[in-house]
Design a protein around this ligand. Structure first.
Ligand code: TXA
Ligand code: MG
Length: 360
């Protein structure tokens, strides 16, 4: 099957009013060993039953994903957790009681039920119960835990609408379940609960503060997240992610400095004959003078990183589609959802320029 061309069937499901009868064929294919892309509230996933090793291998193969990068196991009921882990730490339980179904992945000890193929040989497993009604219905109908990475070619931005999945994987997978655009747009928060102090391996919509409050234990950030020089604690961290084809520059600092720097860089890039794209806050887009030939994408107001999160990956794909060679992006304040947003923007950018305040 691997490497072979197959026919990809596409089905549209209304997430407001899920018609389960339409989900029966893809659910059966999933259970019987096919690979099926489906919507979640974060990004689209590419699913395989954890009990179908050939399907799991095919997921790695069609994505071009390195075999040492573990997959998240998706479940439809909290009770399924008991089969997948022999010992769920109390703090993890408290977290899932509040945040499941939702954009939180817990990393806990792996039971013998979970094949090492899924966890890339690790003795711990990432588990998540998504809140998207189509994802829940599909997994429940399949009746098996579903290993699913994001449904993009490895290294490309994660898909937030079904068309992105088709762009990368049409002709390589069995089904695409189209449930409309993803509500969050950034991948789930991944938290390792196997360490004495729980650590966030990947920031997402559920923040460290939210987790600390609910679990009663101090949840920290993995070292790799605060200082890039350290070795990555999560296998996924060492790979190039979310990257557009254009060379992306991320500017972070006081609005005034970023404004001046952008104006200068636009001129330089155009003088070099490059096709230039800008990724801006609404505030910056309103004040920056931009020559007509520059492609401008506005993410959201500076005060709305949630909306920016839903739009980021779509904008990066749009730059690719338009053949943009230089992307100049404005950073967001690192608070709340802005932490996850900036984590993805940093990964997408080849250059990160921190501008200091003029005063002091
Ligand atoms: O929102 C999401 O999490 C989406 C949707 C489809 O659910 N899935 C997703 O999967 O983003 P993926 O494979 O693209 O990212 C999974 C991340 C990787 O960084 C991986 O290293 C980490 O989770 N991860 C998974 N299992 C792990 C484990 N056992 N130990 C440490 N990290 C793990
Ligand atoms: Mg991914």
């Amino acid at each position: 099957m691997e490497g072979e061309h197959c026919q990809t069937r596409i089905i549209k499901i209304d997430p407001q009013n899920v018609d389960e009868s339409l989900l029966v064929p893809p659910a059966e294919v999933l259970r019987e060993g096919g690979v099926v892309a489906f919507p979640t509230e974060t990004v689209y996933g590419l699913g395989a039953s954890i009990f179908q090793p050939r399907a799991v291998r095919r997921v790695f193969a069609v994505k071009g994903r390195p075999a040492d990068n573990p997959l998240i196991v998706h479940i439809a009921e909290k009770e399924w957790l008991d089969e997948l882990t022999p010992s769920c730490p109390p703090a993890a339980w408290r977290a899932v009681e509040v945040f499941w179904p939702g954009p939180l992945t817990i990393v806990v000890p792996r039971s013998a039920q979970v094949p090492p193929l899924v966890t890339a040989g690790l003795d711990k497993v990432g588990i998540r119960m998504p809140s998207h009604p189509v994802a829940l219905a599909l997994i429940r109908l399949a009746g098996v835990p579903v290993a699913a990475p994001s449904a993009n070619t490895s290294g490309r931005p994660s898909p937030t609408v079904a068309a992105h999945v088709a762009e990368d994987l049409a002709g390589k997978i069995d089904w695409i379940v189209d449930g409309g655009p993803c509500q969050v747009g950034l991948e789930s928060t991944v938290v390792d609960f196997t360490t004495p102090r729980p650590l966030i391996l990947r920031p997402g919509a559920i923040t460290a503060e939210m987790l600390t409050e609910v679990t009663g234990v101090e949840v920290g950030m993995a070292p790799g997240l605060s200082s890039p020089a350290e070795p990555p604690p999560s296998p996924g961290m060492k790979y190039v992610h979310y990257a557009p084809q254009g060379e992306m520059f991320l500017f972070e600092g006081p609005e005034e400095r970023v404004h001046l720097e952008l104006a200068k860089r636009i001129e330089e890039a155009l003088a070099g004959g490059k096709r230039v794209g800008l990724l801006l806050t609404a505030e910056m887009a309103a004040r920056l003078q931009v020559p007509e030939e520059v492609v401008v994408m506005t993410l959201s107001s500076r005060k709305n990183p949630e909306e920016a999160g839903t739009r980021l990956y779509g904008c990066l794909r749009e730059f690719d589609r338009l053949g943009v060679e230089i992307i100049l992006a404005e950073g967001y304040p690192r608070i709340g959802r802005g932490i996850a947003l900036m984590n993805r923007m940093e990964k997408a950018a080849r250059h990160h320029i921190r501008l200091e305040s003029d005063e002091e």
